[in-house]
Structures are given as C-alpha cells and as structure tokens.
Design a protein around this ligand. Structure first.
Ligand SMILES: [Zn+2]
Length: 280
C-alpha cells in the first residue's frame, strides 16, 4: 500500500509556512525567554508575567498606562528640530531626522500631553528612545519647558519620564543649553509650589541625568533601570579603580541615596496618584 508509506524523508515545509500563530500575537521576554500573549503582556503594563522584566516602551504606551481611559491632549505636537550647525556625520542631520521620523512615526524624542490621572489634572512629558537614542536636543528641551509653562499656567503637577542616552551630539552646544533652560523652568515650578515628579526609566544617562531627571521633588525609577552620567569605562579610567557590582542600576543608586523609591510599572499610576493627592 504505497500511500501509507512516506516516500519523502521528513516533512518539508518552507520556513515562512511554519508559523502557527500570526506575527505579533506572541511576545518573547528577552530576559527569561518565556513566551506570552502580547495582549497579556500589554495588560501587565508591558512587564514579563514570569520574571517581571520591564520592556522598554515609548511615550504612547506610558500615556495609555497613566491617563484615565488613555485620553490626553498633546501639546506642541508639530515642534521639529532645525539644523543650526549644518551637522553631518555618516549622513546629514536633516536626513537623519527625516529618516527617524519615518521609521518611528515621531517628530522628536519627547512628547508632552495633559489629561487626567486618577481624576487628577497632570502634565506629562515622556521621552522616546526610538528617536535618535532619546537624545536631548532643542525640541526635547523646548517641549519640557512648554509643558512646565502649561503646568504653571493651569496650576497642575508635572511628571517627567526620562529615557535617554544624553545630549544630542548633532546639536552640540544648543543641546547643552537645554539643561539650563529646563532647570530654570523647574525652579519656577518649585517657586509656585507645584509638584514635580521625575521618573527615570531604562536607560537614563548623560546630560538628562545631570539636569531635569534628578531635580524632582521625588526622583523615582523603574526596577533595574540603568541610571548614570558617564559610562562605566570612562569612570573606571578616570578614578583608576574597579567599579562595584551592579553599579548604575536603579537598586544600587537607591541604596546610595540617589532615588526616593523604585516603582513597579504595574503600580505606577496608583503610586503617582496617591503621592500627588498627598502633596495637594
Ligand atoms: Zn521574563
């Protein structure tokens, strides 16, 4: 009975036919390698249901997590970067920005929005790492400054969510000026008695750590986030010593008095809301 016999060895299926589930249905945790439904992962605030690894997420995901019913109004959404230095590396800065806009669907590395969080009015500026490494250029600084202006005018608290490689090299000095500009605005917020909470997420480094990310009335972080100013190699060469284990993790800097507390993303909205209610 020839039809009961396998004539070809093995079952030959082209790779593209082998998928059992359509793309995007499963999420594999990069830390513990376990798979879970993307829906389940999203419901869990993009943290792993097995090992609690906090996936890096962008402004839209944070806005959806924090604003009631995910409803918010974005401020200055069309603010875009100029090219004051006519900068070129492997490609021109203008081309790099244009290509990144197309790829990320974003206009720059930060977005500001206001809305209700647990029925409290709040202004949030959140950085996007997918836009040139979350680098702080003139637009990022301006969006933060204008977000603070809005908070001042409407007497609202301000939340900054940082995720950045530091200053944007293509804007050089203009980028560094954003540190002073945002710090000055935050001082005004403080004088007006309005709360400023800074949430540091993985990674927060460079000029961002050296300015607004560390100026909060509360400086808080997500678990295991990398937090630092210079990279470990530079520090090691400067001080000529071995660095301690776990150096530059949120847990380490919390132990050394750099942070007020670490918050699990699943509890973020509740914790922030109760903190702000306490400060009212
Ligand atoms: Zn995991």
């Amino acid at each position: 009975m020839s039809w009961f016999k396998r004539t070809d060895k093995g079952i030959q299926t082209p790779t593209e036919m082998k998928r059992e589930a359509p793309d995007g249905l499963w999420y594999q945790c990069p830390n513990c390698k376990k798979a879970m439904h993307t829906r389940e992962h999203k419901l869990n605030a993009f943290t792993c249901i097995n090992c609690n690894y906090h996936e890096k997420i962008g402004s839209e995901a944070y806005f959806q997590i924090l604003f009631d019913e995910g409803e918010y109004t974005e401020l200055d959404e069309n603010l875009r970067s100029g090219d004051p230095l006519k900068f070129t590396d492997t490609k021109s800065y203008v081309d790099r920005v244009r290509a990144t806009e197309k790829k990320s669907g974003l206009k720059d590395a930060a977005r500001t929005a206001y809305g209700k969080m647990d029925e409290l009015d709040i202004v949030i500026t959140c950085m996007d790492f997918s836009f040139i490494g979350g680098s702080m250029g003139s637009v990022v600084g301006e969006k933060i400054a204008r977000g603070i202006d809005y908070a001042l005018k409407h007497k609202m608290p301000f939340l900054m969510i940082s995720k950045s490689g530091g200053a944007r090299m293509m804007e050089a000095g203009f980028s560094l000026m954003q540190m002073a500009k945002t710090s000055a605005r935050l001082a005004q917020l403080s004088e007006a008695g309005l709360p400023y909470i800074s949430l540091l997420t993985d990674p927060t480094t460079g000029g961002v750590t050296a300015s607004y990310a560390m100026l909060g009335d509360f400086n808080i972080s997500e678990p295991e986030a990398l937090i630092g100013f210079a990279g470990p190699r530079v520090i090691k060469e400067t001080i000529g010593k071995e660095l301690p284990k776990g150096f530059q993790t949120a847990e380490f800097v919390l132990d050394h008095g750099f942070l007020d507390f670490i918050v699990d993303r699943k509890d973020l909205k509740d914790k922030l809301a109760s903190l702000l209610k306490m400060l009212q």
